[in-house]
Design a protein around this ligand. Sequence first.
Ligand SMILES: [Zn+2]
Ligand SMILES: [Zn+2]
Ligand SMILES: [Zn+2]
Length: 372
Amino acid sequence: MPCRFFSAQGSCRNGSDCNFAHVIGEQAPRPPICHVFATTGNCRFEERCHYRHEKAAEPSAAAGGRGRRPREFRGDGGDGTLTPGALCKYFAAGHCTFGARCHCTHDAAAIEAAEAKWLHERHVPEKPLDIPQSILPTPQAFDLVGIMDFEGKEEVIEFPLVLLRTADWKEEGRFHRWCRPTAWGQPGSHTQSSREHCNVRSTAVPFSEAFASVCDFLRDKGVDLDFTGRAGEQKKGKSLLLCICGNWDLKSQLPKQLNLSGVGACPPVFLQWMNIKDFCLNFYPEATAKKVKGMKPMLNFLGIPLEGEHHIGMDDVSNLCRILTRMGHDGASFVPTARFVNINETRGFSQPGGAVAFLLQDRVTPGTAGPR
Ligand SMILES: [Zn+2]
Ligand SMILES: [Zn+2]
Ligand SMILES: [Zn+2]
C-alpha cells in the first residue's frame, strides 16, 4: 500500500522505517510550474517553493501569450515590475490580491524594518565625476528640492519624499507613508480578508491623512507652501520645488487621489513640478542624443548604480536624489518643467487634472517614457 504522505508531498518523516510503500512512480500529480522561476531563472522560495522549478519551454497559449507570466504569479499586485523577493508594497499598504501565492515579501516585520531603515538613512551627495571641485555652486532659484514618487495604479499606496538643500545638497529631512486606498474600505472589510491577503500590522493611513501630514512636515521645515517663484510672489519661508520622475504623480494622480479622498484644498507648491527626465534631457545634450527616457537609463547615463528595488517608492526616491545632486554638481539650476495653467485660481481640484503648461523643450513624449 502506498504511503499517503510520501505520495502527497514526496517525503515522509518515517523515512525508510515507514510501514507503507514509498513509491516514486505513484506520487500525486506534479505541481504546476513556477512562473517566477520559469521567467527569471530563480525563485526566492528555492526548494521550499510549492511549484515546480523548471525552465519554461514554449510559452503556452494558456499562459497568456509570449513570455508573459500569468497574472496570479505576479508578486506586486499585477504590474509585473518587482523582482521576486522584494517587499510587497501592496501588502505593506494593507492588502495583496495574491495572498500566499505572492512571490514578494509578506513579512510584516521585514516591511516595517525596511521603512524604518529608509527613514533613518541620510542622503549622501553624489560627487561630480569630471568637474573640478573648485567650481562655485550654481545659484539656485529654490532653497529646497523635494524629491517624491507615488506608487500604486488606481490609487496611491506609497508616498515617499526627501528634502534636499540646494545650497549644499545635504538632506533636510524625509517623509514616508504607506497609504490605504479608499476603494479598500476599512481594514478587514476587503472581500479577500484572510491572513495571507490582509496585513493586520500595516501602518498604512488614508491618503487624506498622509497628505495633511506631508503638508505639516513641510511647514515644520519652514517651507512656504503658497510660494511657486512666479513674478510678484512674496516668499514667506523657504521656497520648495517638487521633483518627480515623469509627470504622472502630480499632473494626473494627485488631483485624482485628492478627489477620491475628499481633500478640497491643495497648496500651490503641489501645482508645479520639475520632471527630472525632461530636465535631464535639457541639461545634457548627450542625453537627448541617446534618448535617455527613464530612471534606469538616467542612472546608466550618469554612471550611478541602481540601489534597492525599482518601483519601491522609497528606493526610487533615493536613486532620484543621486541623479538630482549629480546634476546639481554638474552645474544645473533647477526650475519647474510644468505647472497647472489655472494655478492662480486653483486651491483645490473641482475637476481632476486641468490643463498643464510644459515649460521646457525636449520633453519626454508621453507613451515613450517606459512603464512606471
Ligand atoms: Zn518558485
Ligand atoms: Zn503580495
Ligand atoms: Zn516608483
